[in-house]
Design a protein around this ligand. Sequence first.
Ligand SMILES: NC(=O)c1ccc[n+]([C@@H]2O[C@H](COP(=O)([O-])OP(=O)(O)OC[C@H]3O[C@@H](n4cnc5c(N)ncnc54)[C@H](O)[C@@H]3O)[C@@H](O)[C@H]2O)c1
Length: 492
Amino acid sequence: MNMHVPGTPRAARRARASQDVLPPSMNIAVIGAGYVGLVTGTCLALLGHRVTVVDRDAERIAMLHRGEMPIHETGLAERIAEAEKLDFSTSLPSAVAAADAVFICVGTPPNPVDGHADLTQVHAVARDVAGALEGRTVVITKSTVPVGTGDEVEEIMRAVRPDGDFAVVSNPEFLREGVAIADFMHPDRVVVGTDEIWARDAMAAIYAVITTAGHPLVFTSRRTAELTKYAANCFLALKITYINEIANLCEEVGADVEDVALGIGLDSRIGAQFLKAGPGFGGSCFPKDMLALMKTAQDAGMPLRSVETAVAVNDARKGEMVRKIIRAAGGSVAGKTIGVLGLTFKGGTDDMRSAASLVILPQLIKAGARIRAYDPAGMANAKALLPGVEMAASALDAANGADLALVLTEWSEFRTLDLKRLRRTLRQPVLVDLRNLYEPAAVAAAGLSHIAIGRPGAAFPHHAGISPQDVPGRWPQAMARKARMPADLARA
Ligand SMILES: NC(=O)c1ccc[n+]([C@@H]2O[C@H](COP(=O)([O-])OP(=O)(O)OC[C@H]3O[C@@H](n4cnc5c(N)ncnc54)[C@H](O)[C@@H]3O)[C@@H](O)[C@H]2O)c1
């Protein structure tokens, strides 16, 4: 591994100010105008390159030409408006023919048969790109793809263009939806996998402004870069799974998972991020990437037990959440209305892929609940995926007359909700907070019973007439007894 860490940010700013390190502007084609492609294309244009983002979805491209956003990503519309050298097209051949570099940013969904990444889109783009290449071109796989996909892409392209002057490079993307622009522009690192020196130089030029600002560029082999992406995502998913299990334990022993997370997260060996207990991870990446890595490892005869266990624990968690909600409703949700706050897999996006709501809400409906939901950005996508869920105009509208308010997504606008108004809106004063958005004291002060994740009282049956005021500042005696150390251990 070869790591290129340029000078300090201050030195970089001085150097840039003197204009002597401005990278050459390159012609770039980005294939796929989804969450990754749009952000990649926009940011590369903001870095000074001439970029054409291509998608086969003509309506998506038409929207972009009209200045409308096909996805919700914070700040993206403004940055697209700022990016002067950015264009959108449905014509892959013309964008690729003009390009020095082509970024493949198409989807790699899980194959429903064995969980491996479905590479149909990547393979098809490889063929189309090969057919359209003109002159020396670096072809970059940014889609998350299993180890060895770069070899396949190269083979496919070579079959079409035996004499083509191209290199296939892996450059996995680590951005998070909701903060994608900041993640692209200020990455913890840029990983580039290729053994071709000229391709390394091209990649260094593409990212020159970013690396000159002090963000590390890590050069590896192509296979190493491909595996690095999966290893990173699976590690983060393991962290979430771990803190969720610790949260369960907190509920049993009367500890507070938020404080445990703070206490361990401040340890620099552990790090504070991805230690937020919740309803289990979802989203467009973690679930599918874990399945794909599991499959790669099994095929290699080197199964990853920790990843397999985390997947099983995370799958089971959704059922645990349903049981928790039913307990909070007094043992049954039949005939009851649940006001749901948040549908997307996380705040800041309209992405519904593998969202917890897609598993939890149908189970509640099956158990007899009526669901009224509000999401700041996800309702348009959610409608088709969640038949039977009524959509509301606001968080308070969703909770209006409901027997229980349920927080499923950590949207920042929910954090500032007036809890006293929420209490007045609800028929029963019960708030199930699966994202630990609210401080227990604030919820209690609003007169609401608070069922959170891994917090004192979280396992307490707050239903049917028992309010937090009945147990001020304490967790129940039964819990205290349960948490007491066994006598032999206490003596040791
Ligand atoms: N979404 C994320 O947060 C994220 C983060 C890091 C990596 N990734 C990876 O990036 C890749 C893309 O993810 P995404 O979320 O942007 O997907 P997406 O589904 O939002 O976008 C993919 C786009 O590619 C287009 N497309 C497919 N085939 C095409 C073709 N032949 N020609 C032109 N356009 C074509 C589709 O129409 C779609 O608009 C995946 O491999 C994913 O795992 C995603």
